[in-house]
Design a protein around this ligand. Structure first.
Ligand code: PRX
Length: 550
């Protein structure tokens, strides 16, 4: 669903009746949605007719229908789909006569709306396919329903929700959080990390499709009775002052966003920020990826005018809530450091052999004991939970992030050290993108690595080996980008695709990604390449590099 209040209502309604929700980000493809429906064995889908991303209309119902058809093809028919009329409330509905099957007749509410609404047409509304055997309108379901709904009494360890996050094997993992521990943890971290007071107006710009939106738009703020701004839109639309305009309009006191948004807005200078007063702001938060000191300084000095502490909160879908974070005005800040662990969280830094390092050091970030908000399992695959997080270093929870501790004990996240990429704060698995690429008939092998990006943090650099006889062309490049977009979603669209007649491999056939990362960054010093089976591919790959700003 888009970022509408009904999304929060739907989540809370599930909780009320003891149902488990699994929110899928509205930017995902039908294929990704289908994969998540199948894995979670979901029985009901809730969606909306569509939404606008800037000027672009996203036909959500069409994507949802496509996903449901894919599920049916895999012998998993979902019996019900509830659709919220979102766009059609404000603009005139388009006649539905031009629809193709399986649409049989229009959503009854849409038809009525069309007749009675004399609202000016602003932008086109989505074409809504309608299958009366499956589809139901949100509004018509509400009419005539009692306002009383006894809650389903649950155990504190009963599941609250499943949220899928990328896994390094390519298949997303259904991270499962339970009711008691998660609620306690997000309520407490929200209160302390944002120094919440009842007169605050809080705004988190994340999408509820990600964990930040679950923990710090829905559950944490609401458990504290906080007043929040819920924003459906883009930070740059209709112009780059949008965020600060909203801050002034609603007198936002606590503001939480991602480094990628800060870097994006930084590009436009200080004028769009200074057009607005922002004098209500008290605390600024950041999450999702390491924040570079330059972006931190801009956020602190330009946006917060050096009045507002910046809380750089490190956490993961799996951790439920903040695990390394400053407490505003209490923790002395260092730009780019998530500072210290939250209460009850015990981090450690390990070396390759799993030994704990003391004092200033760098290595694998792990946690030594659980805290209430930690995930309980990977839905339907507890073995995968154990293997992913506890096998490499028995007795520790492994984050997958590298980390440095300085002489003052501050923690500095250095980024992922597994086969994951962080694009604009969204985790992607290289394996997932690779398998989307090799599904194209022209590609026999693909290897995806990260390359630094000035706004997105990291970008996807893909090496593809083509089928014999196929030559690399702009058309093929465009087709491959489209293929990944359709298989996974727009966030996974490759930035660079390079023709790789051969890939650097060890004698046992393992792709040397470390070497590919260097080639993507044009770093000539490749380190030890003695295990390389055929070193002649290297020169060729350097010659064929894709250029472009880093
Ligand atoms: O690499 C870390 C990065 O985001 C990863 C978690 O991604 P996800 O589960 O999608 O959750 C994102 C929102 C909590 C981490 O493993 N990350 C998150 N916050 C920070 C960060 N890296 C550095 N500093 C942060 N503050």
């Amino acid at each position: 669903m888009p970022m509408v209040v009904e999304l929060v209502v739907a989540m809370l309604a599930c909780v009320r009746i003891g149902a488990v929700h699994s929110i899928v980000f509205a930017g995902f493809s039908a294929e990704s949605l289908c994969e998540r429906i199948l894995d979670s064995q979901c029985s009901l889908l809730i969606t909306a007719d569509g939404f606008y991303r800037g000027d672009k209309l996203i036909n959500l119902k069409v994507i949802a229908d496509d996903a449901l058809q894919k599920c049916r093809d895999k012998s998993f028919p979902v019996q019900r789909c509830i659709m919220l009329k979102h766009l059609s409330k404000v603009v005139e509905a388009i006649p539905l006569s031009s629809q193709s099957p399986p649409a049989k007749r229009p959503c009854p509410d849409l038809q009525q709306e069309k007749q009675k609404d004399r609202v000016k047409k602003i932008r086109p509304v989505p074409q809504v396919p309608w299958n009366p055997e499956v589809d139901q309108c949100w509004l018509s379901l509400l009419s005539g329903v009692s306002e009383e709904c006894e809650p389903e009494w649950c155990d504190s360890e009963d599941p609250l929700f499943i949220l899928y996050t990328s896994g390094s094997t390519g298949k997303p993992k259904g991270v499962l959080h339970t009711i008691g521990g998660y609620m306690l943890y997000v309520a407490t971290t929200f209160k302390l990390v944002f120094d919440y007071h009842p007169d605050d107006v809080y705004w988190c710009t994340a999408d509820i499709g990600w964990i930040t939106g679950h923990s710090y738009i829905t559950y944490g703020p609401l458990a504290n009775g906080a007043t929040s701004v819920l924003f459906e839109g883009l930070p740059t639309y209709p112009d780059v002052s949008r965020m600060w305009e909203i801050v002034d309009k609603y007198q936002v006191t606590k503001f939480y966003t991602a480094p990628t948004a800060i870097r994006l807005l930084m590009k436009y200078g200080t004028e769009p920020v200074q057009k607005y007063k922002r004098d209500s702001l008290k605390v600024l938060g950041t999450v999702g990826e390491p924040i570079n000191p330059e972006a931190w300084q801009w956020y602190y000095s330009v946006v917060g005018e050096k009045r507002c502490p910046v809380v750089d909160t490190f956490w993961q879908t799996e951790t439920g809530g903040h695990v390394l974070t400053p407490l505003p005005a209490a923790t002395p800040m260092k730009p780019g450091s998530a500072t210290f662990p939250f209460f009850g969280v015990v981090p450690a830094i390990l070396n390759e052999s799993g030994e704990e390092l003391e004092g200033p050091s760098e290595g694998y970030l792990v946690f030594k004991q659980p805290w209430p908000g930690v995930m309980r399992t990977v839905y339907g695959n507890h073995q995968r939970f154990e293997t992913t997080y506890f096998e490499q270093f028995p007795g520790y929870y492994v984050t997958g992030d590298g980390c440095r501790r300085d002489k003052d004990g501050y923690y500095w996240i250095t980024g992922r050290i597994d086969d994951m990429l962080n694009v604009s704060g969204h985790l992607l698995s290289t394996a997932e993108v690779e398998s989307a690429l090799v599904e194209h008939e022209a590609v026999v092998e693909a290897a995806v690595v990260s390359r630094p990006h000035p706004v997105k943090g990291e970008s996807l650099y893909c090496f593809v080996t083509l089928t014999d006889g196929v030559s690399f062309s702009r058309t093929l490049e465009a087709q491959l980008k489209k293929q990944v977009r359709e298989k996974i979603g727009a966030i996974a669209t490759p930035d660079f695709i390079q023709n790789a007649p051969g890939l650097p491999k060890t004698r046992s056939g393992k792709i040397m990604r470390r070497v590919l990362r260097k080639i993507a960054r044009n770093e000539q010093d490749l380190g030890d390449v003695s295990t390389l089976a055929d070193s002649s591919v290297i020169e060729l790959l350097f010659q064929n590099r894709c250029c472009g700003a880093m």
